[in-house]
Write a protein that binds this ligand. Sequence first.
Ligand code: GRF
Length: 214
Amino acid sequence: MTNPNDKPDSARINLAVFASGSGSNAEAIIHYSWRTTSAFRVALMVSNNSRCGAMERAMMFDIPTVHLSSTTHPNADEYANALASALQEHQIEMIALAGFMKKLPQEIVQIFSPKGRSRIFNIHPSLLPNFGGHAMYGMNVHKAVIAARESTSGCTVHEVDGEYDTGTIIAQKSVAVLMADTPESLAARVLAFEHELYPDVLQQKALEIQNNIL
Ligand code: GRF
């Protein structure tokens, strides 16, 4: 399936989506990119998991994919070089991490901060800085939110600075935590908000790049 509304490629910012899991955010981003008003196109899917749902979805939408991992590249420098080459080959200008379970090499963060501000973004399923950090991913986040008896959770899009969940916060959406919530029910409700928030932020950032603001 290809984009029915494709504008000339040169008119859009080339975005790479990095994902390791099911890829529902990746798909929301791809769908948004099909709008005639979209300032970005998804030019590449990068994964460390060749069989994940995100890779399957990208292939279904005829988006080029690349699989790079510690299995394909056990040496960290060679991994970083291969990643940089793939991004260069596809003329990537902006990166969206969407459930990507591998830390980005610092070289990549540097390359994508040409004016000192990162053009790499991440979405996290909590209201950062709460419930972020090393072990805070997937269902761990929602379990911790419920265990802490929070009345509100949500999702956050932030700049990526090479550490876990510490970059500048760009946008957040709040979601009420219900008395009856399980980690799974809360995760599902937060995920629906992620699908709305992330493409909107990427659109804003692509416009900033086009206008030489970022
Ligand atoms: C999302 O909850 C996102 O916030 C987190 O990883 C999950 C990815 O989900 N970073 P999906 O693969 O996009 O469905």
